[in-house]
Write a protein that binds this ligand. Structure first.
Ligand code: FMN
Length: 367
C-alpha cells in the first residue's frame, strides 16, 4: 500500500507472522529514471528474505526496462504489477484500473514484464473492471495466465466502486473457477484471520491479499499465520484461533516500534514523526484514550515527545473488543470512473491514446 508498506511497516508486520510483504507501489518510469524516492521504495531491509516489489506502469517498454533493472541489479525476488488504482487523475488518462480495458496494452505490459523477469516470479493485481458494465477481470486473468504469471490477485471491486460496499467475493470465486491452472489470490475486506479463512473456503482461492485490515494492526499477521497453519493441516476445520487481543500497553509498544523503524527507514526523525501521525487513529481505534491524547499524538514531533505522550496511557487497559476491529482506512465513495474521452468505444488502443497514457503514470498512488 502506497504510503504505508515501506520497509519499516513491513518489518514490523513480519515480526508478528509470515507472509509475502509487498513494497509500496513504484512507477516504472521513476524507477528507470532512478529517482531518489523510487530507489528508496524498492529498497529492502536485510531481514526481508523475499524482496517483493510492486510496479505500476502504462508502457510495455518502460515496464520491461524497470524489470530488467530490478533483475540485473538483484533488487527483487518477486515483482507484482498493479492494475488496481482507481484514483481519477490516473484513470482519467487511461491508467490504473482503466488500463486492462485495453486488451492489447494489458497483454503487452504483462508479457514484457514476465519476459524481462526471467526466473523471477511476476504476479498481477487488478480490480474487477471499470464498472459493472465493463468488467475486465476474466479476460485479464486469462491474458496474465497465458503470459506466464505466477499468480493473479483480484480485488473484488470495480474502479467505480472505489472502496465502497462489500468486496464481491463471488467474482473472486468465478475467477478461481475460470483459471484452474494458475494461482488465484483474493482481495477485499479481510479484517481478521477468520475473514481470510472464510474467503479461502468460500472462493477456493490459493491465498489472500490483505490491504486495510493491517492498518494499525500489524499483529493481524500473527493471527493469519496461526489460522493458516491450522488450515494447512485441516482445511475442513474452521481454523479457529485465539486472536491476538493487545492491551493498550502492547498497542503503544507496537506504535513506538513502528516509529523507530520509520526513523531508520527515512534516516530522519522529523520525517518519521510526520509519517507516523497518519497511523494514530488506526492503532488506537476503539481504545478509550481520549481526544486530547489522539490530538497530541497526531502532532508528535520527536520520539522523546512521543514517549511523554504514550506515558500518559494506562498500559493495562484491556483490548476493547469489536470497537477495535472491522473496517478502517479508505471507505465509501462509489463514483463514476473518470476515463479519457471515447475510452470505452474500443478495447484496443486507438488514435493518440498511447501518448496520452504517458501522463497516467504521473502522480499515481496506490490501488
Ligand atoms: C492507503 C492505501 C494505499 C494503497 N496502495 C496500494 C498500492 O500501492 N498498490 C496496490 O496494489 N493496492 C493498494 N491499495 C489497495 C489495497 O491493496 C487493496 O487492494 C484494497 O484496499 C482492498 O483490500 P482491503 O479490503 O483488504 O483493504 C491501497 C489501499 C489503501 C487504503
Amino acid at each position: 500500500m502506497a504510503g504505508i508498506t515501506n520497509t519499516a511497516f513491513r518489518r514490523l508486520c513480519r515480526e508478528f507472522g509470515g507472509g509475502l510483504f509487498v513494497s509500496e507501489m513504484v512507477t516504472s518510469r521513476a524507477l528507470v529514471e532512478r529517482t531518489e524516492e523510487s530507489m528508496r521504495l524498492v529498497g529492502h531491509h536485510e531481514s526481508e528474505d523475499i524482496r517483493s516489489v510492486q510496479l505500476y506502469g502504462v508502457d510495455p517498454k518502460t515496464i520491461a526496462e524497470a524489470v530488467t533493472m530490478l533483475v540485473a541489479e538483484d533488487r527483487a525476488d518477486h515483482i507484482d504489477l498493479n492494475f488496481g488504482c482507481p484514483v481519477p487523475k490516473v484513470t482519467r488518462k487511461g491508467g490504473g484500473a482503466a488500463l486492462p480495458w485495453k486488451r492489447d496494452l494489458f497483454d503487452a505490459i504483462v508479457n514484457a514484464a514476465v519476459r524481462a523477469a526471467g526466473e523471477i516470479p511476476v504476479t498481477v493485481k487488478m480490480r474487477k473492471g471499470i464498472d459493472a458494465d465493463h468488467l475486465t477481470y476474466l479476460d485479464a486473468g486469462k491474458t496474465a495466465r497465458d503470459a506466464g504469471v505466477a499468480a493473479v490477485a483480484l480485488h473484488g471491486r470495480t474502479a467505480s466502486d472505489y472502496y465502497s460496499g462489500n468486496a464481491d467475493w463471488n467474482a473472486i470465486a468465478k475467477l478461481r473457477e475460470s483459471l484452474p491452472d494458475v494461482q488465484v489470490l483474493g482481495n477485499g475486506d479481510i479484517w481478521s484471520a477468520g475473514d481470510a479463512v472464510r474467503m479461502m473456503r468460500e472462493t477456493g482461492v490459493d491465498g489472500v491479499v490483505v490491504g486495510r485490515g493491517c492498518l494499525g494492526r500489524p499483529w493481524l499477521f500473527g493471527d493469519l499465520q496461526a489460522a493458516f497453519d491450522e488450515y494447512a493441516i485441516n482445511p475442513n476445520s474452521n481454523a479457529a484461533i485465539d486472536p491476538i487481543q493487545p492491551n493498550l500497553g502492547e498497542v503503544s509498544d507496537a506504535f513506538k516500534r513502528h516509529a523507530e523503524l520509520l526513523v531508520e527507514f527515512f534516516e530522519n526523525e522529523d520525517h518519521a514523526c510526520r509519517d507516523i501521525r497518519k497511523h494514530v487513529a488506526w492503532y488506537f481505534k476503539g481504545y478509550p484514550v481520549g481526544g486530547e491524547f489522539r490530538a497530541d499524538l497526531s502532532r508528535v514531533e520527536s520520539l522523546e515527545q512521543m514517549d511523554e505522550i504514550l506515558s500518559r496511557l494506562d498500559r493495562d487497559l484491556p483490548y476493547p473488543g469489536e470497537e477495535a476491529e472491522g473496517p478502517r482506512g479508505r471507505l465509501g465513495g462509489a463514483k463514476v470512473c473518470a476515463l479519457p474521452e471515447n475510452w470505452l468505444d474500443s478495447q484496443e488502443l486507438v488514435g493518440n491514446q498511447r501518448n496520452m497514457l504517458q501522463e497516467a503514470e504521473l502522480g499515481a498512488s496506490g490501488g
